[in-house]
Design a protein around this ligand. Structure first.
Ligand code: THU
Length: 159
């Protein structure tokens, strides 16, 4: 028997410790929570990403009466980015969440399906995506989605 330990690395920041560019991205994610259509969950998620070409792309969760037809904020943002700028890798993605009490105090983390999608984008462009998980009390920063999805299933697993 061999035990395999997988270490993941998460940095925790206060807003003013982030670079001005990352602060701008986080602020855009918070603002984007107001673009959510979340009539069913009343949970409003905003995402903002910056591409290598400098463009910023915004996303917000979009729900539907036929529940599975909706989509998380993260995927609306990354799919829009890829549809509009397929030649520019994503450098950084910021996420914020808001409920009826306000913006969440603890960092919001992406769901498993979003992690899987972000992972394939990292693989596609061969570039890690920095992810900023916003909470009013602290902001978590992961250097790659691989830190959020160990032992992930990727294209190569099928070969
Ligand atoms: N949601 C997101 O948009 N991103 C997350 O990281 C977690 C969950 C959305 C999906 C759904 O519209 C609502 O939040 C409640 O799950």
């Amino acid at each position: 028997m061999e035990q395999i330990d997988i270490n993941i690395s998460i940095e925790s920041y206060q807003l003013d410790e982030l670079s001005p560019q990352d602060q701008e991205l986080v602020q855009a994610a918070i603002k984007a929570t107001h673009n959510a259509y979340a009539n069913y969950s009343r949970f409003y998620v905003g995402a903002a990403l910056r591409l290598e070409n400098g463009k910023m792309v915004i996303g917000a969760n979009q729900e539907n009466a036929a529940f599975p037809s909706g989509l998380c904020a993260e995927r609306t943002a990354v799919f829009a980015a890829q549809a509009n700028y397929p030649d520019s890798p994503i450098e950084t993605l910021a996420i914020a969440g808001r409920n009826e009490k306000g913006v969440l105090p603890n960092p919001i983390t992406p769901c498993g399906a979003c992690r899987q999608v972000i992972l394939e984008i990292e693989d596609r462009y061969k570039k890690p995506i920095k992810i900023l998980l916003y909470g009013t009390q602290k902001i978590y920063c992961v250097r790659s989605v691989k830190d959020l999805l160990p032992l992930s299933f990727v294209d190569d697993n099928m070969r």
